[in-house]
Design a protein around this ligand. Structure first.
Ligand SMILES: Cc1cc2nc3c(=O)[nH]c(=O)nc-3n(C[C@H](O)[C@H](O)[C@H](O)COP(=O)(O)OP(=O)(O)OC[C@H]3O[C@@H](n4cnc5c(N)ncnc54)[C@H](O)[C@@H]3O)c2cc1C
Ligand code: SF4
Ligand code: SF4
Length: 582
């Protein structure tokens, strides 16, 4: 639909208002309303690069905030329009434009997903690094973290990108090459420095490798070994999982199949021989689970985490402090450590909570802030900023880096329309909130947390409610659903269907269009295969259809979708999305 401004936008209301304004961060609506209270004025789903440019030019001319959105898989509220304006969805810019085998490069549009690129690379060629959110977009990962699988061996994403095509805050398109001044400012600044339109990525050959799951008595011992192994040339990837993480996997498996000890998963060319280790199939299982880090959420339902980048030698002390801090809240945490460089660790303390119980959940959110503060105090920095870590953003950079970023921002976005109200400073309607979040006062809630009881849930709700409450909003299902891929509407996605399900159950009614979106499903089960929360989605869709029996079935749309799925062109498109081989 084209609106009065000439932008092709989606009207905001109902599920659209919820779907396009949030990411994976699980913050109660009431809290977001209280702190920000702003909704986007419109959502623009860009179908072409020209549409991105014209939208930014329009926003520049009228000084309207513009919030880029990729797969909405990040956990820091970066896609939240805290000052209203336009949410610009880039996930449909999904063309793999060129693969140059000789040069070892791939030029892709910003909305291409990592799984899709992997499918398109010819035999033997692969990405040097990728996030475990395989389903997130290239533009989104450039704009955020940039550390993932094989970072230890091949370095940060910024070293593996040759060039970026970016729309600046005035609507001008520019190419920035690796080595140019300002190139690095586009990584990890979450849409502040321009909208990535396309990128030229380095691709190549990653050697074949072996997996070992080494067993230790404590994180300290495991991390000492990790530091030693990180110096070996043949090692590609190392991750440490504390005993609690291994226990959660067993609970999810329903059997004690994995050793419940502190484990170090090592991917290397030569293999590791000098340490007690688990069975090879156990190592393979844990490796396969790297794509499902949020699965334990269904045990709550609720999973919270903090992510701290810090020197390797600081990591053991941070883990000990994190445990002690969490104990003060009556919470038990378990930690993962991803080794990102010879001396660089990404420490992720996680804990299971129950978001059905609002008050304890709120105190647990403050524990996340406290864990981040503790990480910063010990010499680390938050991995992502978005909205929720804005109070700690300065700590993520040196003073010179911070000033350089501000200067660059001013040049590239003179009217400050790109993703405003976060990263540099928080636009909240609560006075002094940013200072409060940055201060130790957030720890005050630990005094009441233990009194509020255990986070585990007591009742077992039915399959539908369990699904919408356990959904992690990760977006993995969005990238594999044929309805989204072929009809180009994210409101048909499993993630959106669960929003509709919640509305149906909690608000009592959907209109005919919303009901038909919920029923527009092929029951192919692709969503269930990739679901981060391990939800029984096929059963959910069947149950919902029963509940919607009074609504007209969108038979024609289902038949059209079926014909599309069967057409050769569509088959190719779906295969590109990684779905048919996923
Ligand atoms: C299961 C799971 C595993 C994950 N694993 C990893 C991991 O291994 N490593 C890691 O770093 N992260 C990981 N993440 C976090 C997240 O997936 C990454 O940050 C991700 O790459 C973000 O991409 P996205 O397309 O979802 O971006 P979004 O969440 O949509 O956006 C993130 C930020 O980038 C901005 N943005 C988005 N697209 C553009 C663009 N084209 N131009 C400019 N700005 C843009 C947005 O405004 C926002 O501020 C994981 C998340 C999940 C759910
Ligand atoms: S089962 Fe339905 S919702 Fe899930 S991927 Fe298939 S079409 Fe999409
Ligand atoms: S339904 Fe599953 S895959 Fe989809 S957003 Fe929710 S948790 Fe993620």
């Amino acid at each position: 639909m084209t609106d009065e401004c000439g932008l092709s936008s989606t009207p905001i209301g109902g599920v659209d208002g919820k779907l396009f304004v949030r990411d994976q961060a699980d913050i109660p609506e009431i809290l977001k309303c209280l702190l920000f209270g702003k909704k986007p004025d419109r959502v623009v789903i860009a179908r072409s690069r020209d549409e991105v440019v014209s939208t930014v030019r329009y926003a520049f001319e009228h000084e309207i905030p513009i919030v880029p959105r990729g797969g909405a898989t990040s956990p820091y509220g970066g896609v939240m329009p805290v000052k209203g304006g336009i949410v610009l969805d880039l996930s449909h810019l999904s063309s793999v434009m060129d693969i140059n085998v000789e040069k070892g490069t791939a030029r892709v549009e910003a909305g291409v997903r990592w799984a899709q690129l992997n499918e398109r690379l010819p035999d033997g060629l692969t990405m040097y690094t990728y996030p475990t959110s395989w389903f997130s977009t290239v533009g989104g990962w450039i704009a955020t973290g940039g550390y993932g699988i094989h970072s230890l061996r091949y370095g940060h994403l910024s070293t593996l990108v040759d060039a970026l095509e970016v729309v600046d805050g005035t609507g001008n398109v520019r190419w920035i090459h690796n080595g140019d001044e300002g190139f690095s400012h586009h990584f990890g600044t979450e849409g502040q420095m321009g909208i990535v339109l396309s990128a030229v990525l380095k691709v190549g050959h990653v050697p074949s490798s072996k997996l070992d799951l080494l067993l230790f008595d404590s994180p300290r011992g495991a991390l000492e070994k990790a530091s030693e192994l990180a110096r070996r040339k043949d090692v590609l990837h190392i991750v440490m999982l504390e005993e609690g993480r291994m226990h959660e996997m067993n609970v999810l498996l329903g059997e004690d199949l994995l050793p419940e000890r502190c484990a170090l998963l090592v991917e290397s060319e030569e293999g590791i021989e000098d340490v007690p280790k688990a069975q090879p199939w156990q190592a393979s299982y844990v490796w396969g689970q790297r794509f499902f880090p949020l699965k334990p959420k269904k045990l709550g339902p609720g999973l919270l985490a903090s992510e701290i980048l810090c020197p390797m030698d600081v990591a053991p002390e941070y883990i000990e402090r994190a445990h002690s801090l969490a104990r003060g809240y009556g919470v038990s945490i378990s930690t993962e450590v991803h080794v990102m460089g010879k001396d660089l660790a990404l420490v992720v303390p996680t804990f299971i909570t129950n978001k059905r119980r609002t008050l304890p959940y709120m105190t647990h959110l403050s524990l996340v802030l406290a864990l981040t503060q503790e990480g910063v105090a010990i010499g680390g920095r938050p991995y992502g900023i978005g909205t929720w870590n804005t109070p700690y953003a300065k700590k993520a950079f040196t003073r010179e880096e911070w000033n350089a970023l501000k200067q660059y921002k001013h040049e590239i976005d003179p009217k400050g329309i790109l993703n405003p109200g976060k990263f540099f400073s928080l636009a909240t309607r609560v006075p002094l909130l940013e200072q409060l979040m940055g201060s130790r006062l957030v720890r005050g809630s630990r005094l009441i947390a233990p009194l509020l009881g255990s986070p585990q849930h007591e009742e077992k709700p039915d399959v539908v409610r369990d699904a919408y409450e356990s959904c992690t909003h990760c977006g993995a299902c969005v990238s594999v659903c044929p309805a989204v891929a072929l009809l180009g509407d994210e409101r048909l996605s499993p993630r959106a269907k669960l929003f509709y399900a919640r509305m149906l159950r909690e608000e009592g009614k959907l209109d005919a269009e919303e009901g038909s979106r919920l029923m527009l499903c092929l029951h192919c089960g692709q969503c269930e295969k990739v679901c981060q929360a391990g939800l029984n989605l096929k059963a959910v869709w069947e149950k919902l259809e029963e509940e919607l029996s009074g609504y007209p079935m969108p038979t024609e749309d289902i038949e059209r979708l079926t014909r599309l799925v069967e057409s050769e062109e569509s088959y190719r498109k779906l295969a590109d999305g990684g779905m048919l081989h996923g």
